[in-house]
Write a protein that binds this ligand. Structure first.
Ligand SMILES: CCCCCC/C=C/C(=O)SCCNC(=O)CCNC(=O)[C@H](O)C(C)(C)COP(=O)(O)OP(=O)(O)OC[C@H]1O[C@@H](n2cnc3c(N)ncnc32)[C@H](O)[C@@H]1OP(=O)(O)O
Length: 396
């Protein structure tokens, strides 16, 4: 988020961002950032600081940063604390916002803060706070739905509004769901997505959740989680089927090489933009992809980020069969229900015969890929890509 908050504030002052939408949503910013200094009493300011805790509608990151900056300027004056490290996304964004206020007098900052809170109070419905990412609660188990019926355990990614991006909590929940499915009395296990996407890969906001040990600790624990997560797929004992109901991105694509069957709607696409994100392949794809499609096609996907259509992915061996979107669900589930009636022990043993020779190798590859990614996550290339995504998301 390098300088984005500061750039935003300067653009606002220059009038460059005064679109009707922004004027409607954030009138206080438009009216007061560069407006004449007016007086608000200390009491008004204290009232506003209390009022802000009662706001019910989340006004978004821009306004939260503005509130933070004005509060600091009003109470401490111009920003003269050291700039946080470039990887410390949240604190750096806050520092940028405060620093962008330059030498704005304390009284003006106090007035602008009071005015901004007043304008927010009018339409408020849920709480706002500049919550450190580390304190933020991840979505709970409703982001993952597990059902068991007709001999099939289905694990459904259920964050359709976020294209089923995988939060840290979801990685843990998927591991638990796989562990349980491996032991339950179903014959087949399915992973699918709710909504128009199968999965948009790792939730990039996971990167903002920096623990007390800093970014190195974040990268270390991320690599451990990734390794454990992928290990669960390598070791899964029963037939594992991906029902790819829409586009798939990142890790949701790479682990497909560890599934036994991949059925896809013709609307699905398969995208691994690792270089664009300053990252490197995971999910054992550095081994499974070249093996299934040859090194050159694998390079197009994993190095150059070429997005495949469902039919291309089928030709390359990543997808087992493609179905028309209009009949996808019906055809796939009829097929899977029939398969689930086959003797479960025979299916389990046959899968193991097919997969066991590779297991040790896959675990070693997973460990190596996770280590390499740990380093990648600390690179400028990765950090810049994540910051760019988060900035667009925050519309900064
Ligand atoms: C234990 C850690 C293991 C990590 C392993 C390493 C894994 C690597 C990967 O998976 S790399 C791939 C990461 N994913 C991406 O780069 C995809 C990012 N998202 C997008 O490019 C787009 O959102 C899209 C192409 C998936 C969909 O575009 P569009 O149809 O225009 O929808 P929106 O962009 O408006 O998305 C709606 C809503 O969802 C949020 N969102 C989508 N994907 C992600 C994501 N991966 N992380 C976080 N948030 C995501 C998007 O921001 C919108 O949110 P909003 O409504 O603005 O709040």
């Amino acid at each position: 988020m390098a300088g984005v908050a500061g750039r935003l504030a300067r653009l606002r002052c220059s009038g460059a961002l005064s679109s009707p939408l922004q004027v409607t949503r954030f009138p206080a910013l438009q009216l007061h950032l560069c407006g004449p200094a007016m007086r608000a009493s200390q009491k008004d300011f204290e009232n506003a600081t209390n009022q802000v805790k009662l706001l019910k509608k989340d006004p978004g990151n821009e306004v939260k940063l503005k509130l933070y900056a004005l509060y600091k300027q009003a109470t401490e004056g111009p920003c003269n604390v050291p700039k946080p490290g470039v990887l410390d996304f949240i604190n750096k964004a806050k520092w940028d916002a405060w620093n962008a206020l330059g030498s704005l007098p304390k009284e003006t900052a106090r007035h602008n803060y009071v005015d901004l809170v007043a304008s927010l109070s009018a339409s408020s419905e849920s709480s706002i706070q500049v919550t450190p990412a580390a304190d933020r609660k991840q979505p709970g188990s409703d982001a993952l739905v597990v059902t068991s019926q007709d001999g099939i355990t289905t694990i459904t990614l259920n964050r359709p509004d976020k294209k089923n991006a995988l939060t840290t909590q979801m990685y843990h929940d998927i591991m638990l769901a796989l562990e349980a499915a491996g032991k339950d009395d179903s014959a087949i296990t399915v992973l699918t997505g709710n909504g128009d996407y199968y999965c948009s890969g790792n939730d990039l906001t996971n990167f903002t959740d920096i623990p007390p040990g800093g970014v190195e600790e974040k990268a270390r624990s991320g690599a451990v989680l990734l390794r454990d997560f992928v290990d669960c797929f390598i070791d899964f004992p029963k037939p594992l089927v991906a029902v790819v109901n829409g586009p798939a991105v990142g890790i949701s694509v790479t682990i497909l090489g560890l599934f036994d069957i991949v059925y896809a709607t013709d609307r699905a696409t398969f995208h691994t933009p690792f270089s664009h994100l300053g990252q490197s392949p995971e999910g054992c794809s550095s081994y499974t992809f070249p093996k299934m499609m040859g090194p050159s096609k694998a390079t197009e996907m994993l190095v150059f980020g070429k997005k495949l259509t469902a039919r291309e992915a089928c030709t390359q061996g990543l997808v087992t069969e493609v179905f028309p979107d209009s009949t996808f669900q019906k055809e796939v589930w009829v097929r899977l229900k029939a398969y689930s009636k086959l003797p479960p022990n025979a299916m389990r043993i046959s899968k193991q015969v097919i997969r066991n020779t590779e297991k040790e190798k896959l675990h070693a590859i997973n460990a190596e890929e996770s280590n390499i990614l740990r380093e990648r996550w600390l690179s400028d290339e990765c950090m810049n890509a994540v910051v760019s995504f988060l900035s667009k998301k925050a519309k900064l």
